[in-house]
Design a protein around this ligand. Structure first.
Ligand SMILES: O=C(O)CCC(=O)C(=O)O
Ligand SMILES: [Fe+2]
Length: 476
């Protein structure tokens, strides 16, 4: 309808973009104590950017059908799910009786990390089944979850409050004397925020999933030529050093690596880098994202940083090459999806990254992301022994970690049994047994994101540069 395309639509359109950005900011600012949140930064940023573009493209129609901002945001997500190469076949199978918001919720749960979905299932007392959960939450999931949070908060406030109040509990001992209503309100606020964050991550997972492709769809002749059975055996069968699933490959031409480094230096000089990280995990590091998922993004990157695009496209061919070699060798490799985007990061003198695994998600909820494979490429032509900045790969111990992570009290109080990664880590690193890998020009290191404990030794050189590509879990 022509009337829906007039100027007043601008306000709700911008609101959609703002909602997307808010989701992004929320995830960024609530990141506490978690040592690897950058994947979700990418999700959130991607969601915000795509919301804006799609809001402009489709928003007018969406607004006609959905007057409120929340619904408009949902309508944008619906269009997201209809981008080329997405799950249209599933759309066709959807029973007509489910309303659009419920279908969208179901799609979110299908794309979200399993731990998140399990958490919602636990809270609702249902099996972890996307359709059931979407139906239970219905058209106003936020309202249902807020009311679950309130119920649980009231039960605790009127019952044995010592499970939530006191030393080493969610709330400190000053709450012991609080009135029942006041305590219930405080707990309800914390529980709601936690559940909203889970819902938000599930919603942005759709964008991430839909903008990614199966690794087999991305072929690169260079990648097919350089991957051998040795790499696959070290990576997926743990046949290499420490037996933890990592491999190195010195295969990027020094000429390409030098050009890529020069482009990063230029972008850094132009102020394209993030602020210095304030995290205790990697203090002082800076990063920037380089996306090449869509033709527009590729064109843009080609103009700004052609060598980084060339490098990104080449590295993106590695996972598919690894899959093919693994299959031929009878080695099991997990199914993966590629989100075509590199993170470039730089560590100046004194900065480092504590040992961590790449499966940790950002956000205070602290759930696991779906990363499966980390591919790093180093761009440091002048690196010398003594410069620091080595990638330290550590051996693994089987004991559970005795250090509960941030937010771990909330799932407990909400009776969530999900894979709350930081409180239930089933391995820890053995800080005495490790391999240090110099970050040499053109060197690639690949490892299992969920298994391999790794960190960066304090850098002493002026600038240490690396680009990273993360591969996400796909369905077998
Ligand atoms: O740059 C490196 O060597 C590792 C970086 C890293 O571990 C990360 O960004 O998660
Ligand atoms: Fe990492």
């Amino acid at each position: 309808m022509a009337a829906q395309r007039t100027a007043p639509q601008l306000v709700p359109l911008l609101s959609v973009a703002v909602a997307g950005r808010q989701a992004a900011t929320h995830l960024l600012t609530r990141r506490r104590g978690s040592c690897n949140g950058s994947g979700w930064h990418a999700v959130a940023t991607a969601f915000a950017g795509t919301s804006l573009r799609l809001a402009w493209r489709y928003g007018t129609t969406a607004m006609g059908k959905h007057p409120s901002v929340r619904r408009a945001g949902t309508a944008v997500e619906r269009h997201l799910t209809r981008l080329p190469g997405t799950r249209q076949a599933e759309d066709l199978r959807m029973p007509p009786s489910l309303s659009q918001p419920v279908l969208e919720l179901r799609q979110s749960f299908r794309c979200a990390p399993p731990g998140l979905v399990q958490a919602l299932a636990d809270v609702l007392g249902l099996p972890r089944q996307a359709e059931l959960l979407a139906l239970a939450l219905g058209e106003d999931a936020e309202k249902v979850l807020t009311s679950m949070a309130k119920q649980r908060a009231e039960a605790i406030a009127s019952g044995d409050r010592s499970i939530a109040v006191g030393p080493d509990r969610l709330l400190d001992a000053t709450w012991a004397l609080a009135g029942e209503a006041e305590l219930a309100e405080k707990l309800s606020e914390i529980f709601s925020a936690y559940l909203m964050e889970i819902l938000q991550i599930a919603r942005v997972s759709v964008a991430f999933q839909e903008m990614s492709v199966p690794v087999a769809d991305w072929r690169h002749a260079w990648a097919d030529a350089v991957v051998t059975k040795k790499h696959v055996a070290e990576l997926w069968a743990g046949s290499g050093q420490l037996g933890v699933g990592f491999t190195t490959l010195d295969a990027v031409s020094p000429e390409l690596a030098m050009r890529a480094r020069a482009e990063l230096e230029t972008m850094a000089a132009q102020g394209a880098l993030s602020d210095f990280s304030q995290s205790t995990c990697n203090p002082g590091s800076q990063h920037l994202w380089l996306r090449f998922a869509s033709p527009e993004e590729r064109q843009d990157l080609q103009r700004r940083a052609p060598a980084l695009l060339e490098l990104g496209e080449a590295l993106s061919g590695l996972p598919g090459a690894l899959q093919r070699v693994a299959q031929a060798a009878g080695i099991h490799a997990p199914a993966m999806r590629l989100f075509p985007s590199l993170m470039a990061a730089t560590y100046g003198p004194g900065s480092h990254y504590v040992p961590h695994q790449d499966k940790y998600s950002g956000g205070s909820a602290g759930f696991e992301n779906t990363r499966m494979l980390t591919i790093l490429c180093y761009l440091n032509p002048d690196w010398q022994p003594g410069d620091g900045g080595e990638l330290r790969v550590l051996a693994t111990r089987k004991e559970p970690s005795d250090q509960p992570g941030p937010g771990s009290r909330v799932p407990e109080l909400l009776r969530i049994s999900a894979d709350h990664s930081e409180s239930t880590a089933s391995t820890a690193c053995d800080s005495e047994t490790f391999v240090d890998i110099p970050p040499l020009l053109g060197r690639i290191v690949m490892f299992q994101s969920r298994e391999v404990w790794h960190g960066i030794q304090a850098s002493k050189a002026a600038r240490r540069w690396a680009v990273t590509l993360w591969l996400l879990a796909g369905s077998d």
